[in-house]
Design a protein around this ligand. Sequence first.
Ligand code: G3P
Ligand code: CA
Length: 331
Amino acid sequence: AQTVPMSQALTSPTVIAHRGASGLRPEHTIASYTLAIEMGADFIEPDLVLTKDDVFVCRHENDITGTTDVAKHPEFAARRTEKVIDGEKHNGWFTEDFTLAELKTLRAVERLPKLRPDNAKYDGQFEIPTLAEVIALAKTHSTNGRVVGIYPETKHPSYFAQIGHPMEARLVAQLKAAGWSKPGDPVFIQSFEVNNLKRLHTMTGLRLIQLMDASGAPADAAAPSYAAMATPAGLTAVARYAYGIGPNKDLIQKGDDAPSTLVADAHAVGLRLHPWTFRAENVFLPPSLRTGTDPAVHGRLADEITRFLDLGIDGFFTDFAYIGVDARAAW
Ligand code: G3P
Ligand code: CA
């Protein structure tokens, strides 16, 4: 696995703010990232897609229909279109059909308004951030000995390459311009796609994380299934290009099942584990508790995180960074 100088060891286990403080603000907004930093997260996670003019912006998918107010903009009505992306049919609006200037006229909306009604109160207030803005935010808050890192994920890199917007060189260049190119720098790059990570491995020394879902296979041709990747032989192959894995937490322990051997198997080949996603609402809570600030929410999510810390994970993605920070402190 990739090696990192000991002098630049991480705070461990590492708390990664999934899409920012997305349990409490619309995801992938500066407000969401800023709140996560204020909560004490070590890293903030921007998912990345590209605009028509090749600017990285922070969205979970290039289809912006569900997380922006684009449908309310008559000037963009004609851009609604149907596309197949990684085998899934979409009907909506897509970042690659908008310049950054155009995207900046849109405003974020909450993805899960029924589950997170308090977040939906912020609908229409926040812009779509760029990667450059997220880098600046992390650096601004990296003061007085604290380092706030970024944990970008390339979304649909094969698809973007096919439509003439390859991601790797652009991302590596932008991070290098920010001063980040070495394993000890406060950056992890994550992807579900194997070839994307292998290309990045030839281009940068930054730490790479192979994401693994609980079923299926990466979108890039000839990649092994996630099940094959999770075997000792599969993990040995991943360790040739990655620092660690980002597994769906069910791959480590699903519900009350006995834990798998994934933590031990990954550690045996030098890979760290950063599972996702620790969130409160839809996992154990009745609707009356789905605010993310209720003590019962805090306790139950903290218990789950603690259980995974006991299993030996090296970090974790959570929508509620403050609960993760508290759980780690108490562990
Ligand atoms: O990147 C870790 C986790 O975020 C992967 O799932 O769909 O939330 O990007 P997703
Ligand atoms: Ca992600």
